[in-house]
Design a protein around this ligand. Structure first.
Ligand code: NDP
Length: 319
């Protein structure tokens, strides 16, 4: 709940040699953050310690430099959830956080299609999933940051996309703005399998899995022999106390000779970031931002991801 977070005012030390002072402009909120509030080992990142400052993908501008970067430079990376911060500049060999091209027209794009969520969709759909023309692809949570890009990458590959979303407004957006032909209610855990069977009578070639739980199980049941599951996330389970709840029908993947590909962004940047950037520079699809204003609203913005009101990538604008 937003009331579980506290906003504190502290004074910053002065900027020492090798450091830069950063004014933050945009901060991300992402579903994985919920897993960092669960017991150690629940998710793939370390647990947040109660009382300790939080971090998020963020975007800032250098206002004072005693380090490698110049004043005025834009920087993106894992940054404190704060208004300002002092940062020790990384070695050139470190990829992230990194300095953005000086001519960046809309820096906040680096928190979405040119940044972490774009990279996630690209990794799962373009790099690993590789849908082929005519294949049938399911994307759950398809109006979210990752899902909405994953849908478009699959469409550009010539696949037929079935997209899930939890409200009629969101499903209408998927049809009207993205041109998706079949949309399903993926908040309808009980009825989802029947909806999917109707939308994909010949089965699925690829499931881009964002939700977990009953939706994931239904997708496995609908998979064709040799199908692929790109396991991106399981947001419907992040509030649960049992982290290791797997779909009961996983064994079906063996019977089908299907491929289950779990993937996470951390660890992939060094090898694939440059190719992702080159490909996404040409992306001309839709990548809406769902903007919430003010640092004090950051907790509310994060909690809102789980009630799912917005479309696209939720970001918090600080200035
Ligand atoms: P968003 O917050 O943008 O979208 C998530 C959507 O999921 C919400 O809008 C909501 O849509 C739906 N949702 C939220 N809670 C539930 C719930 N309890 N039950 C059903 N639906 C729910 O998320 P992202 O696009 O950033 O992330 C999508 C998935 O990708 C997540 O599982 C996330 O953990 C994963 N991810 C994985 C990464 C990786 O490295 N593998 C990196 C980044 C994200 P609606 O209103 O339609 O129900």
């Amino acid at each position: 709940m937003p009331t579980d977070f506290t906003l504190r005012e502290v004074s910053l030390p002065s900027c020492s040699l090798g450091q830069v002072e950063l004014e933050l402009h945009w901060l991300s909120v992402d579903p994985y953050m919920r897993t960092r509030m669960q017991p150690e080992g629940y998710g793939y990142l370390a647990k947040w310690q109660p009382g300790a400052p939080l971090s998020a993908w963020g975007l800032g501008r250098i206002i004072r430099s005693r380090g490698r970067w110049r004043e005025g430079d834009w920087v993106v990376g894992h940054l404190p959830v704060a208004d300002r911060t002092i940062l020790t500049t990384p070695e050139p060999a470190d990829l992230l956080p990194f300095c953005l091209p000086a001519c960046t027209p809309a820096p906040e794009r680096w928190l979405h299609e040119r940044g972490m969520t774009g990279f996630t969709a690209w990794l799962g759909m373009r790099h690993y999933g590789r849908p082929r023309p005519g294949e049938t692809v399911l994307v759950s949570a398809a109006t979210g940051a990752v899902g909405s890009l994953a849908v478009q990458l699959a469409q550009r590959a010539g696949a037929r996309v079935i997209a899930g979303a939890g409200s009629a407004t969101k499903r209408a957006w998927l049809r009207e703005a993205l041109g998706v032909s079949a949309t399903l209610d993926d908040r309808d855990a009980e009825g989802f399998a029947a909806q999917l069977a109707k939308a994909a009578p010949e089965g699925l070639d690829l499931d881009f899995e964002n939700l977990g739980g009953a939706i994931f199980a239904a997708a496995i049941d609908c998979l064709r022999p040799g199908g692929r599951v790109m396991l991106c996330g399981m947001i419907s389970q992040y509030n649960d106390s049992d982290p290791r709840r797997a779909p009961p029908n996983l064994v079906r993947l063996q019977r089908l000779g299907a491929k289950l590909m779990p993937f996470v962004v951390p660890g992939h940047e060094a090898e694939h970031w440059a190719r992702f950037q080159a490909e996404m520079a040409e992306f001309e699809g839709l990548a809406p931002l769902d903007v919430i204003d003010g640092l004090a609203a950051w907790p509310r913005a994060l909690c809102g991801l789980f009630t799912g009101k917005g479309i696209g990538k939720r970001v918090v604008r600080l200035r």
